[in-house]
Design a protein around this ligand. Structure first.
Ligand code: PLP
Length: 406
C-alpha cells in the first residue's frame, strides 16, 4: 500500500536522528510542534502556505560537509554556533558530520540545545544575573561539557560561589575584547589578572580563550578580511602562548565565523571555529566577496523564504506577502531564480518586487523563493522549517530556539 503523505512525513519524523526530541509523531503533527495544521502536509514546496521558511536539505548538508572537509586539513575543529539555526536537529547533523561541540548565544538557547540532546555547549555571552547563573549551574550539573565565557572579576567570583553551592566545577573561557565595545576584556594585564582570579577559584576550571571578531566577518574582499583577522587575532594567539609557557592549561582558543573561517583555522593556536551562517548563507554574506570573486561562494545559499504575489496595483511592480515580519530588515532579500527584480519592504506584511529588466515577470498568485537578507534574525521570525529536496517537502522541523534570547 502506498503510504499516505501524512504517514510518510510521520515515518520521516520518527526515523530521523534528531527528531526523537519532538516526541511521538501525533504530537509533532497534531498540536503545537510544529505549528501547522496536521491535515495539510504539502507534497511540493509550491503548495506550502506562505510566507514560509524553507531549507534545501542537500545544499545545507553539502555546506556542512564542505566546512568539515576544509577544517580536516587544519588543526582547528568546528564548534558551530546554534544562534543561526536554533535547531537541535540541525546541531545533531553538524555533530554527526564531525563538529567538536556547539555554541549557544544565551542560557535559554543552551537549554534548548541541551534538551535536544547536545551535551557539549559553549555559552558565548557573559551570564551575570543570579537567576541565569543558577540555570547555567543546572545545565553544568548534568554535563561536564558546559562552558561559559567571562570578562570580569566580580562575575568570576559569583560563578565560583554558585558552582560551589551546586557542588560542581564549571569550565570558563576568558573572552577577549576584539576591537569593538560589545563584550570582552582587554588582552595583556587585565586578562592576566582575570586568569589569576579564575585560577584561585576552587570551583572554576580555566578552559581557554574566546576571541570572536564579529566586525571582521563582513569586511568586503578576501584579502582585506584576511589581513584584519590576522591582525586582531595576533594578541589572542600571543596570550595563549604566554599562558602555556607560564604553565596554564589552555585547551581552547575559540574564534571566527563564516567570513574568516578559512583564514583563522590556519592560525597557530586556534582550536575552534565558531561559524554559524555558513550552513545557510544570506545576502549579507554573499556580498562580502571571496578569493578572486565579488560573490562569496565558499558555501551555497540553502535557506529561502517562499512568498506569494498577491496584488499588482501598478504595472512595473508586484506585491508579495512577505514584509518585515518575514525578513530581517538590515539588508534586502533577493529573488532566488529570477534576475532583474528588486525587493523593497512595504510594511510588516508586504514587500514590493520592482521589475528592472527582469529575466521573467511574476504574476499574481505565483510563488517565488527569496534569499534571506540576514539568516539568523530571519529564522527567529518563524516557527518551522520546511525541509525539501528538489521540489519535494521531506520534513518539517521546529525552530525550537525561536525567541530564546534570554
Ligand atoms: C560569538 C559568536 N560566534 C560566532 C558567530 C557566528 O558567526 P557567523 O554566523 O558569521 O558564522 C556569532 C554570530 O553572531 C557570534 O556572535
Amino acid at each position: 500500500m502506498k503510504p499516505s503523505r501524512r504517514n510518510f512525513i510521520n515515518t520521516l519524523l520518527c526515523s530521523t536522528a534528531g527528531v526523537s526530541l519532538l516526541g511521538p509523531a501525533q504530537t509533532v503533527l497534531g498540536k503545537s510542534k510544529p505549528n501547522i495544521k496536521s491535515s495539510f502536509i504539502p507534497e511540493s514546496i509550491w503548495d506550502i502556505p506562505t510566507p514560509a521558511l524553507l531549507i534545501d536539505r542537500p545544499r545545507m548538508e553539502s555546506n556542512s560537509q564542505k566546512m568539515q572537509s576544509f577544517l580536516a586539513g587544519t588543526k582547528a575543529g568546528l564548534r558551530p554556533h546554534t544562534k543561526t539555526h536554533k535547531s537541535p536537529i540541525i546541531a545533531k547533523m553538524q555533530m554527526k558530520h564531525g563538529a567538536v561541540g556547539v555554541c549557544a548565544a544565551k542560557v535559554s538557547e543552551a537549554e534548548v540545545m541541551f534538551k535536544g540532546g547536545l551535551k557539549d555547549i559553549l555559552i558565548t555571552s557573559p551570564v551575570v544575573t543570579d537567576d541565569k547563573i543558577k540555570r547555567v549551574m543546572a545545565l553544568a550539573s548534568q554535563s561536564e561539557h558546559i562552558s561559559l565565557v567571562v570578562d570580569r572579576e566580580d562575575n568570576v567570583a559569583n560563578l565560583n560561589e554558585a558552582a560551589k553551592a551546586a557542588g560542581i566545577k564549571l569550565s570558563v573561557l576568558i573572552e577577549l575584547r576584539m576591537g569593538g565595545i560589545r563584550t570582552g576584556i582587554e588582552h595583556g594585564k587585565p586578562a592576566w589578572d582575570l586568569l589569576k582570579v579564575i585560577d584561585q577559584s576552587s570551583n572554576l576550571q580555566f578552559y581557554g580563550i574566546q576571541a570572536y571578531a564579529g566586525r571582521v566577518q563582513h569586511i568586503k574582499g578576501y584579502e582585506n578580511r584576511k589581513q584584519e583577522s590576522e591582525l586582531v587575532l595576533a594578541p589572542a594567539q600571543q596570550m595563549k602562548l604566554e599562558m602555556l609557557q607560564a604553565g596554564y592549561q589552555v585547551k581552547v582558543l575559540s574564534v571566527g565565523g563564516t567570513g574568516t573561517y578559512s583564514v583563522d583555522a590556519n592560525l597557530e593556536g586556534v582550536t575552534d571555529i565558531q561559524a554559524g551562517s555558513y550552513l545557510f548563507m544570506d545576502v549579507d554574506y554573499r556580498i562580502i566577496g571571496g578569493k578572486g570573486n565579488n560573490l562569496y561562494t565558499d558555501f551555497e545559499p540553502s535557506l529561502f523564504v517562499l512568498s506569494t504575489a498577491i496584488s499588482q496595483p501598478m504595472p512595473g511592480s508586484i506585491t508579495i506577502d512577505a514584509g518585515s515580519k518575514s525578513f530581517s530588515k538590515d539588508k534586502m532579500p533577493q529573488l532566488k531564480d529570477i534576475s532583474g527584480i528588486e525587493y523593497s519592504f512595504a510594511g510588516d506584511e508586504h514587500g514590493i518586487l520592482t521589475f528592472k529588466n527582469p529575466s521573467r515577470e511574476v504574476k499574481v498568485g505565483e510563488k517565488v523563493l527569496l534569499l534571506t537578507s540576514h539568516c539568523d534574525p530571519t529564522i527567529n521570525l518563524y516557527d518551522n522549517y520546511f525541509v525539501y529536496d528538489g521540489q519535494e517537502v521531506q520534513d518539517i522541523w521546529p525552530v525550537a530556539g525561536r525567541g530564546k534570547s534570554q
